[in-house]
Design a protein around this ligand. Structure first.
Ligand SMILES: Nc1ncnc2c1ncn2[C@@H]1O[C@H](COP(=O)(O)OP(=O)(O)OP(=O)(O)O)[C@@H](O)[C@H]1O
Ligand SMILES: [Mg+2]
Length: 235
């Protein structure tokens, strides 16, 4: 479904991705794990069209995304829930969700079913649908960010550190929802520093270190890999 080929991405002279190749097959949940500054967000932003490519290419469903704007990528089925949540603090839950649909949906088209789907998945958002974004807890904001990405009816969902800044219990709760979304058949690429949570939900995973993929395998292979155990699982 998604294939990154030899991606090189730089911020000025600072090369953040040194020829990254990775892929996601339809229906898979793939995790990208790595420490601070490894280039995880850079890779997701490059897939969403927020970063320019120096060289290499990204294929989505067989076609290059090279000349595709980030808006077009959303319309083609790629939606990202950003790191740090970035919801609109001054808007209600409902407004945050409906804003996600305006860039690509024709006016007047019903989004009731999309609301229903998000509220089924996150009943807490339904209870708080008139509440302003800033007043939500960290976990609720994360759920809203994921819900907002789902409103775009993606075929590929990109998640950037959904556990970031959450207490362990809440991070697990968010990941339970990620698992439900995956079980419903959506293809997911999730970036995480929390290796335990990411490998628990993923089918396959890649390890990114200073802009290079250094390891890849099934989630089980990586859980048992000595390098992953020492560097990322702390045992
Ligand atoms: N807008 C930017 N301008 C310049 N350099 C940047 C920019 N964004 C990221 N970088 C650099 O690119 C490298 C990769 O950053 P990136 O944010 O992709 O890492 P990350 O793996 O997502 O880290 P974290 O886990 O902390 O979110 C880092 O060295 C970072 O300093
Ligand atoms: Mg990041």
């Amino acid at each position: 479904m998604l294939a990154c080929k030899d991606l090189v991405v730089a911020y000025g002279d600072n090369v953040a991705l040194h020829g990254v190749s990775m892929s996601v097959r339809p229906g898979e949940t793939v995790a990208l794990i790595g420490a601070n500054g490894a280039g995880k967000t850079t890779l997701l932003h490059t897939i969403s069209g927020l970063n320019e490519i120096v060289s290499g290419d990204i294929l989505f469903e067989g076609a290059s995304l090279a000349k595709c704007s980030s808006d077009r990528r959303v319309a083609r089925g790629i939606a990202q829930a950003p790191e740090g949540r970035r919801i609109f603090p001054g808007l209600t839950v409902e407004e945050n969700l409906s804003l996600a649909t305006v860039s690509w949906r024709s006016w007047g088209e019903s989004i009731a079913a999309d609301f229903e789907r998000v509220f089924d998945l996150f009943p807490r958002l339904k209870e708080r649908r008139k509440q302003l974004g800033w007043s939500l807890s960290g976990g609720e904001q994360q759920m809203l960010a994921i819900g907002r990405a789902l409103m775009a009816r993606p075929r590929l969902l990109l998640l950037d550190e959904p556990s970031l800044g959450l207490a362990p219990r809440l991070a697990e709760e968010v990941y339970e929802r990620v698992r439900l979304i995956a079980e419903a058949g959506l293809t997911i690429l999730v970036v995480e520093q929390n290796t335990v949570l990411a490998l628990a939900v993923a089918d396959r995973a890649y390890v990114l270190e200073t802009g290079r993929i250094v390891l890849e395998g099934t989630a089980d292979e990586l859980k048992n890999n000595s390098r992953v155990r020492e560097a990322y699982l702390g045992r």
